[in-house]
Write a protein that binds this ligand. Structure first.
Ligand code: GAP
Length: 534
């Protein structure tokens, strides 16, 4: 990978406050609550000017490295360049797609309602505690990874047993493991009454809509819950219309919609979000090698754009965690990030799964289309010494990443507090991803400096404007302008001062160190190109 090294950030995210990060996101125009002037809408988020560019830069980096360079330009396990082509499929497809994929029948989350507070929970996110050794006593539910909810449950249990309990005095189990009798003696988070939680019920996550004017049951369609199926249903079209040959991948970025039971943690679990997915098709005998290849390269990619250090981990799934289609496969792993709200635990950023031939087989069966691939490089040798060819359903390795979660991880990783700096909050974005690439300041708004600044700004916009903003700002003291840029995560500021007029040099200020150096005005463009890795 050619991208420049990311700035080191030793913070493990355990000390960063999500409230601070969310406040900065709103104040500086990264992320806003959707429909905010109407009181918002739960699970939906809008991106402001800096957020929209940050998100685009991350999507573009993925697109460039995955699709255009073919897995960053490395050779695959077969010793050949990796071939990836893109598609852009519809959000709404024939509903039979979602029957075949299993989403209509099985894309459910277990949902629990509280009759007292009217709160709704994902059953698999609820945990329960009871006093150790006390089988008959009351059970108190709390929300997994939520310290406040745990403490509240412990306090209530202590009051019930009239004894100050610590976390070592309680047994903890999953709510999904409780019997109906046990649910009846459970106290829900934030409730006074006992037994107000319902038993878990399956809830389909797909958003329904109607296609056409009559809006009858026959016109029901679904907003796609993943971009992946748009790739599988176009597999044959891509093979027939391009010169791709197995092994190869099809990639797509775009919106996905899930009517999540409990959207929360800022954009982490939203109802509308964007995915960046690759379906990599290969011969069944090659899945292990390609699985390992994608898993390792995807981890290296996230590191290359700034998620370095202990906050990023690769976690191989245990066999009992695997999706139905992945049980027979080469493996499944998650790339996980330690968000401030999951710390000391981690949250999924991207999953890498061997989907076997599950999806192509399902679509072939449901649609009647022949989705087998004829591989001319395989099969027995004919008398002329050439392979006779082999017909088979390819197996698929799927690296599936969340764009919004990627942006959120980058925001959390970049957020740095340093009270010794004029702006105590600094966004240390990797230069490649930073929404503002550079700022140009006239030291004072007179003596020819504004004109020189305008000329340099224009030159830099010509060369780098497709990568992000080139800002210019003449208001307030230079210290305040640097501080504003630090908070927006602009990696480099160029200042035109009195000397610039005579010796044609400018000051470059580095966001991360605050250090300054002088360089020739005509070297600014080259300097920036090198720093941005372009
Ligand atoms: N095609 C496979 C698939 O969709 P997934 O684990 O359900 O797998 C892939 O989703 C990625 O999409 C996740 O790793 C996550 O980054 C992102 N994602 C899933 N649900 C999300 C949600 N409700 N909000 C934001 N991102 C989500």
């Amino acid at each position: 990978m050619t991208a420049p090294a990311a700035p080191a950030n030793a913070d493990t995210n355990q000390t960063k406050s999500m409230d601070d990060i969310m406040a900065l996101c709103k104040r500086r125009g990264f992320i806003f609550q959707a429909s905010e002037i109407y009181g918002g809408i739960n699970g939906f988020w809008d991106y402001g000017p800096l957020g929209a560019q940050l998100k685009k830069n991350l999507r573009d980096a993925w697109w460039q490295d995955v699709v255009m360079k073919g897995a960053g330009g490395q050779l695959g396990p077969n010793g050949k360049p990796v071939s990836i082509v893109p598609v852009d499929s519809c959000l709404i497809q024939n509903p039979k797609v979602w029957e075949a994929s299993g989403h209509v029948g099985g894309f459910n989350d277990p949902m629990v309602d509280c009759r007292e507070t009217k709160a709704r929970y994902r059953a698999d996110h609820l945990m329960c505690m009871g006093k150790k050794g006390d089988k008959q006593g009351q059970i108190y539910a709390f929300i997994e990874h939520d310290d406040a909810s745990f403490d509240a449950a412990l306090k209530k249990l202590s009051k019930y047993v009239k004894q100050e309990l610590s976390k070592d005095d309680v047994d903890v189990c999953a709510f999904t493991g409780l019997s109906a009798e046990e649910i009846a003696i459970t106290v829900g988070p934030g409730t006074k009454e006992v037994g107000t939680l319902t038993a878990p019920r399956a809830f389909n996550l797909m958003f329904k809509t109607y296609v056409g004017a009559t809006a009858s049951e026959d016109d029901i369609a679904y907003l796609r819950p993943e971009t992946a199926q748009g790739i599988f249903i176009n597999f044959k079209n891509v093979v027939d219309s391009t010169r791709v040959a197995l092994p190869f991948g099809i990639a797509q970025t775009g919106k996905a919609f899930r009517n999540e039971v409990t959207p929360r943690n800022f954009t982490f679990r939203s109802r509308e979000f964007e995915q960046m997915e690759i379906e990599f098709f290969c011969h069944p005998s090659e899945t292990k090698a390609w699985y390992t290849f994608w898993r390792d390269w995807r981890m290296a990619w996230w590191q290359s754009i700034g998620l370095k250090g202990d906050n990023l981990v690769l976690r191989e799934h245990d066999k009992d965690e695997l999706a139905h289609y992945a049980k027979e496969g080469a493996g499944t792993s998650d790339i996980e990030y330690r968000f401030p709200f999951t710390a000391p635990g981690f949250g999924e950023l991207e999953g890498i799964a061997d989907r076997t031939d599950f999806d192509l087989r399902q679509h072939a069966q449901h649609s009647g289309a022949k989705l087998e691939y004829f591989d001319t490089t395989r099969g027995e040798l004919a008398p002329n010494g050439q392979p006779k060819g082999e017909r088979y359903l390819p197996h698929v390795i799927e690296p599936s990443a969340g764009l919004d979660r990627g942006v959120l991880a980058i925001l959390c990783e970049s957020y740095t507090k340093d009270d010794s700096r004029p702006s105590p909050e600094i966004m240390r974005f990797h230069p490649r991803i930073a929404p503002i690439k550079a700022a140009v300041f006239p030291l004072v708004n007179k003596d020819g400096m504004p004109e020189m600044a305008a000329k340099l700004t224009s030159e830099l916009r010509q060369r780098f404007g497709h990568l992000g903003f080139i800002e210019t700002d003449a208001k307030q003291s230079i210290g305040k302008r640097y501080a504003r840029m630090d908070e927006a995560g602009c990696p480099f500021c160029f200042t035109i001062d009195g000397d610039s007029l005579t010796d044609q040099t400018v000051t470059v200020r580095d966001r991360d160190t605050g250090g300054q150096e002088r360089i020739a005005m005509d070297k600014v463009s080259g300097f920036l190109a090198e720093k941005l890795g372009v």
